[in-house]
Design a protein around this ligand. Structure first.
Ligand code: ZN
Length: 349
């Protein structure tokens, strides 16, 4: 793997880690989230089929998964192109586009976006959550799954020569299914071979991230080179958060810009506001984890694009960074979170 060692692999080829600059570690530029459609609240069926009007914007923010149309981010590549130009203008350098098999990864589109906008795009290898696994995927052995992920990084994926630069997001639910556990073990094996970064989508239970780490560790995975996504909707208790942080993965707060009252996939949780997310970051920094935090928006529906009244890919750079500085996270620490931590994570061993 000497060719990859010390480099970051983008959809346009290998780059020097120093070239990345500010990096969002969990985004989608083109994908379908149809797998996770959620029926609209009773009485809202008419809005749900025709939601893109000014008077429905609040409804869409509260019910983003209840409109089929809203789940088809892959239809908005032109808008995403413009937003990436704006992201660069706002000081952004790179984006980890961790769409995996099951939610319609589109590597040629990513390559074109990278060429046209100058944003470094790092693509994801592997598989999303169980309900998107094909019969073929379910039948595969850990070795076979691992071989495919290795090949997606070394040779290219989806019958193209476009190579992935990270494994994941590997999707898991709660409880973790047999098929998901096999994919996790395969990811760990591939990581051992490649020395590559891994990123995980955990199930919606406070115990889920630690269980994923246990499975990865048992299979030889490098937890220090693994990002645990979506902590903002998963672990709410500060004591539990510190327990998890001790396991050594990167801690990702990646739903910035998403504020909703009733999170349909787990109605009992209180989805934090951006202010609360920043407070949690400040808490983790105070506890000594400034080298372990990474952040992003995880844009995965149309309504979060600027085109549809959403916050877009520059929200963190424009609105969250000033708030972080106001909450006693220093500029040096902000730079670690946006530049150094993603860089170290993404560099092949
Ligand atoms: Zn995601």
């Amino acid at each position: 793997m000497s060719k990859l060692s010390g480099k970051v692999q983008t959809v346009l080829g290998l780059v020097d880690p120093e070239q990345l600059g500010r990096t969002m570690t969990h985004e989608h530029l083109t994908m379908s989230f149809e797998c996770c459609y959620f029926p609209p609240p009773p009485g809202d069926e008419a809005v749900a089929v025709d939601p893109f009007h000014m008077q429905h914007m609040h409804w869409l923010r509260q019910n983003p998964y209840s409109s089929h149309e809203n789940l088809l981010l892959q239809q908005e590549t032109a808008a995403v192109h413009d937003e990436l130009l704006a992201y660069r203008k706002a000081g952004g350098g790179a984006i980890v586009e961790n769409t995996t098999a099951g939610i319609e990864r589109d590597l040629p589109a990513l390559r074109q976006l990278a060429k046209d906008t100058g944003v470094h795009i790092i693509a994801g290898a592997g598989y999303y959550v169980d309900c998107t696994h094909t019969e073929d995927t379910r039948k595969m052995s850990v070795e076979k799954l691992s071989d495919i992920m290795v090949s997606e990084v070394l040779h290219g994926a989806d019958n193209t020569d476009i190579r992935c630069g990270v494994i994941g997001e590997i999707g898991t639910g709660w409880p973790i299914t047999e098929s998901e556990a096999r994919v996790l073990r395969a990811a760990a094996h591939a990581q051992t071979k490649l020395g590559c970064p891994v990123i995980i989508h955990p199930g919606r239970n406070p115990a889920a991230p630690a269980e994923v780490v246990r499975i990865l560790q048992e299979a030889g995975g490098d937890i220090g080179k693994t990002v645990m996504s979506h902590l903002d909707r998963t672990i709410f208790d500060h004591g539990e958060l510190l327990e998890f942080a001790k396991l050594g993965s990167y801690l990702e707060y990646d739903l910035f810009g998403m504020e909703m009252l009733n999170y349909p996939y787990n109605l009992v949780v209180d989805m934090p506001s951006d202010s609360q997310r920043v407070k949690t970051l400040a808490f983790l920094v105070k506890e000594g984890y400034e080298d372990k935090i990474v952040i992003a928006h995880d844009i995965h529906t149309k309504n979060r694009l600027v085109k549809f009244g959403g916050h877009g890919y520059s929200h963190i750079l424009k609105n969250i960074v000033p708030k972080m500085l106001l909450r006693d996270i220093s500029q040096h620490q902000v730079d670690k979170i946006l530049i150094d931590n993603p860089k170290h994570w993404l560099t092949f061993k």
